[in-house]
Design a protein around this ligand. Structure first.
Ligand code: IMP
Ligand code: MG
Length: 182
């Protein structure tokens, strides 16, 4: 996806750097879950590109499912209320689940979805998030595989949006303030 130069303030993480990190994470996950039949659960919509890149690097046979959740109402701040728009289709009873998220912010979303999976009798739930903003955490979440820790900046690209835009950007970027005033 092409973007107008005046919309971007900063390229925070270039796609080459993302690809390198995703490979490293996939190697770790493959080693840790060797021989296990993992159920990979992506959190829509933000995690779709990370999940697609990650599973193609995994040296494991995995099943894939999605939940759709949102705590955002078009702005850049979480409302703290999680709305599950699509629940799991697969039966996760007795399964080792890898929960895949784009970004761990307040922690509300992942804490909620993890509980949901455990309530559906998942054997284990391990979390990976491509990004984490540790300074924003409200609910503690134990995420085993984190791609990059970033500062408290609102980012878009590589699946992540602002008001449903910019998901197709290859790099992870910070937008100019002027975009939010529109
Ligand atoms: P949490 O529940 O506050 O941890 O929020 C997590 C969700 O908020 C993520 O799955 C993202 O969809 C969204 N989110 C948090 N920070 C950002 C950001 O910087 N850019 C885009 N989406 C974000
Ligand atoms: Mg998300």
């Amino acid at each position: 996806m092409k973007i107008r130069k005046d919309e971007i303030k900063e390229v925070l993480i270039k796609h080459t750097q993302i690809q390198k990190r995703v490979k490293e994470l996939a190697a770790e996950i493959s080693a840790d879950f060797r021989g296990k039949n993992l159920l990979v659960v992506g959190v829509l919509k933000g995690a779709w590109i990370y999940l697609a890149d990650l599973v193609r690097q995994l040296d494991l046979n995995v099943d894939i499912d999605f939940v759709a959740a949102s705590s955002y109402r078009g702005g850049t701040e979480s409302t703290g209320v999680i709305d599950i728009q699509k629940n799991l289709s697969a039966d996760c009873t007795g399964r080792d689940v890898l929960l895949v998220e784009d970004i761990l912010d307040s922690g509300t979303t992942l804490a909620h979805i993890k509980e949901l999976l455990l309530a559906r009798n998942a054997k284990s739930v391990t979390i990976t998030a491509l990004l984490s903003k540790p300074s924003r955490r409200v609910v503690p979440v134990d995420a085993k595989y984190i791609g990059f820790e970033i500062e408290d900046k609102f980012v878009v690209g590589y699946g992540m949006d602002y008001a449903e835009k910019y998901r197709g950007l290859k790099d992870i970027c910070v937008l100019n303030e002027s975009v939010y005033d529109r």
